[in-house]
Write a protein of this length. Sequence first.
Length: 216
Amino acid sequence: MTTAAGTTGTAERKTADFWFDPACPWAWMTSRWLIEVQQLRPVDVNWHVMSLSVLNEGRELPDEYEELLANAWAAVRVCIAAAQQHGEEVLGRLYTELGTRFHNQGLPQKRETIEAALVAAGLPVELVEAGFTTDYDEALRQSHKEGITLVGEDVGTPVIAVEGADGERVAFFGPVVTPIPRGEAAARLWDGTLLVASTPGFYEIKRTRTASPSFE
């Protein structure tokens, strides 16, 4: 078979660690792209929680973004509580249920929406209570720190850490993309992302966003 690197043989499986905040529409786009990649490349995803609310503490922000961050605490706290009580393997399906409601369906990031996501993910609805306490904040901050330390404070979510094209572990923010690449386009983006991220001294490719996230 032909591997992602374009050689013949069986490609070794890679593990991609993915840090997300359910509130971020761009991270949601990237996560759905990575799920697409899993169908075409030998990649397993481990899901982890980071927090835009933690990242932006102490910063001067527009009022609208401040409100978004204030509402964002509940979902990340619930994710941490779910992982602690039921194992980190539940994070993928809980994130899917939260993100589908927050972004595809445009539902508010409130208690009722989180409760519905928990039920759909097969988790106890009582976990929603974790979203409205600070009991899980220490673990949340630790999970956030593990991800953001890999890439620096001047980025956001998502963060991906994976074995790069040269075999060394690399971490990066993004990619930020819309609409979600599908099929071979998703696989090509994965291959290219690993290639540039593996280049010593490489830091950034960027251009101004001219479109909002398209969740179709």
